[in-house]
Design a protein around this ligand. Sequence first.
Ligand code: S3P
Length: 432
Amino acid sequence: MNTQKLQTNIAGLNGSIDIPGDKSISHRSIMLGAIAQGKTIVDNFLLGDDCLSTISCFEKLGVKISQDNNHVEIEGVGFDGLREPVEVLDTGNSGTTTRLMVGLLSGIPIHSCMIGDESIAKRPMKRVTEPLRQMGAKIDGREDGNFTPLAIRGGSLEGVHYQSPVASAQVKSSILLAGLNATGTTTVTEPHKSRDHTERMLRAFGVEVEENGLTVTIKGGQKLTGTTIQVPGDISSAAFFLVAGAIVPNSRITLKNVGMNPTRTGIIDVLVKMGARLEIENERVENNEPIADLTIQTSNLKGIEIGGDIIPRLIDEIPVIALLATQADGKTIIKDAGELKVKETNRIDTVVRELSELGAVIEPTDDGMIISGQKKQLTGGDVHSHGDHRIGMMLAVAACISNGEVNLTDSESISVSYPSFFEHLNVLIEGN
Ligand code: S3P
């Protein structure tokens, strides 16, 4: 774990960057490609550590995956072709890999063991193991299947109608992937709509998926056919530069090929509502996913209230939204976001602790945080990512508007979702 001196007091960020592939979509391209019949070709795949964990797990299940930079080819083996792994499946830091794979493996007659890193070991798995057990899955793990390591003895499953207490795409997707192998139909209803990449991609692989408001239904026994996928840029990665462009003086940044799936664009709504100067251009659709180019400029911002339905549409962006709010006029209240406590870190605690270290006025609440915008530069300080990629990137953007020295410990974690983050930041600093 090293400590990196961050660039501070930046005079302006200017230029254009291509945002790397979407993490959620990259994971799903490997998973669905593996259980499809025939080859799947993926371009702009995200070479982040999390997605590489997914590739390595499927290789251990006997799937041939070739990779040349961000071009990936998967030789689909169908559900029947997955081989019982002789090694433990290591999902690293990736909640998506862990939760989706438990669902997928529950309905296949093989035994597997799954383990992740220290952070994964603390993240609740009951939210998937419980509904999967209702379908007949045999899963064990620490604290009655709530924590890794998990052991899965796959077998026959029955469709379920599951009313999820949380709006979580990982829960929904895990059950839908199990449902593909279950008898009858499987239905998931959520309290608010979560990201729908699984549903969209299943359709691209030829599977019928029914959507009715907050309910998704899938019929078991459907086969997937290999396809070609162009992964859009990750709006969750773009978010760091959208915020940077809005808060660093004299900035104008264009971010190309950003995924604009409406279940992910809460950050756009927040920026607009806070008064950011944002242009959306070149809107198009590729592989059932909307994409656009975004240009952001230094803006005068005002504090707002963020809660309710929008939360699942921006859950991963809350750390950087908190930073954005430090530069607004007035208070920003973030509520209904208790899910932050079970992310890669407890992001209510880590955001409040690290932004306070840089002089921000921010207090935690039970389900979010309250930020008093000061419209002034942050201070220097010694900050820590706590092994959380999004905390690390948020702090690197915070340093841009800091007037003192900022040292970031464990910046390596950023490679989980954005290995070229500092390279891109430098391009924009030099573009000034
Ligand atoms: C993800 C869903 C979200 C998100 C995570 C990726 C996915 O998690 O926070 O980064 O790819 O399905 P939850 O399902 O826990 O909300």
